[in-house]
Design a protein around this ligand. Structure first.
Ligand code: NAI
Length: 269
């Protein structure tokens, strides 16, 4: 099996993209630690993976809590012995107009989507650098890290940031044993539109969730099944592909943005 004797730490591993990644890599021999804020879903996902013959473990973690993350990283290195693959995948979304976005929503989205990624790298990178084995960091950004849309201020801000951060990381680690890639999917059928379920301010949970109803409909209508992106993501790691795009239909949106950047740059005398 291609991933025998390797280990992976997957945030947001209890459902959606993280769980699908854990399952596929687990089938290929990787020992996986799923980290997730939803304890019950996490338990049942770990149990299911084990029943499928996958070496899976679970740990409850809010990736936006640096102290908790430090503890979990240490415990994980003890349990697994090492971490070869780090999937900074946990993420949440909101939809609301600028000027009407609660500050708590901003803080939540930035904590999870951006700082959660940074904490993962800070806590795991030194041990990966000390390993004499191939390692990889895959950050789940989004196509929303390349193209912005009205109403997605905090989400776009954090996903563009994850793309920028990943570009920096890639340069730093170019000559190392650690590969870097950034996953940039468009709509995938997961529970992302129900992100509000994990809002730290219980009073905001219902509103944050219902605010995403238009997205739930979009995903229902246009989302790709999660499994379609997993093979692409795994191939990308093997090939050393950095930007991992998964939705060919969205290419014109990316081209159009690049064109607008070029056009404004051309206005310089
Ligand atoms: P999902 O909601 O199905 O799964 C996300 C997982 O992250 C859940 O298990 C949730 O409990 C966990 N989580 C949420 N907050 C957390 C926290 N503070 N600490 C630890 N775990 C936490 O959604 P999905 O789609 O699987 O999301 C995974 C990543 O994919 C996110 O970063 C999302 O932004 C990104 N993405 C999703 C797209 C989609 O259309 N579904 C498109 C592009 C990117």
């Amino acid at each position: 099996k291609a991933f025998s004797n390797t280990t992976g730490f997957i945030t947001g591993g209890a459902s959606g993209i993280g769980l699908a990644m854990a399952r596929e890599l687990g089938r290929r021999g990787m020992q996986v630690m799923l980290a997730d804020i939803e304890a019950r879903v996490l338990d049942s996902s770990v149990e299911t993976l084990r029943s499928e013959g996958i070496e899976a473990h679970g740990t409850v973690l809010d990736v936006g809590d640096p102290d908790a993350y430090a503890r979990v990283a240490e415990e994980t290195l003890t349990t697994l012995g090492k971490v070869n693959f780090l999937f900074n995948n946990a993420g949440v979304g909101t939809l609301s107009p600028a000027g009407q976005t609660p500050i708590r929503d901003w803080q939540w989205v930035v904590n999870v989507n951006l700082l959660g990624v940074a904490y993962g790298v800070e806590y795991f990178l030194p041990s990966m650098q000390a390993l004499d084995e191939p390692c990889h960091v895959m950050n789940t950004a989004s196509l929303a890290g390349h193209v912005a849309n009205a109403g997605f201020g905090p989400y776009n801000a954090t996903k563009f940031a994850v793309v920028g951060y990943s570009e920096s990381l890639r340069q730093e680690l170019a000559q190392s044993n650690i590969g870097v890639s950034v996953l940039c999917p468009a709509w995938i059928k997961t529970r992302i539109a129900e992100s509000g379920r994990n809002h730290p301010d219980a009073r905001r949970a219902a509103d944050a969730q219902s605010g995403m109803n238009p997205i739930a409909e979009l995903i229902e209508a246009e989302g790709l099944p999660v499994d379609t992106l997993i093979q692409r993501a795994i191939d990308a790691m093997a090939e050393g592909t950095f930007y991992v795009f998964t939705h060919p239909d969205f290419r014109p949106m990316v081209e159009e943005r690049l064109e607008r950047v070029r056009a404004d740059y051309n206005k310089l005398p």
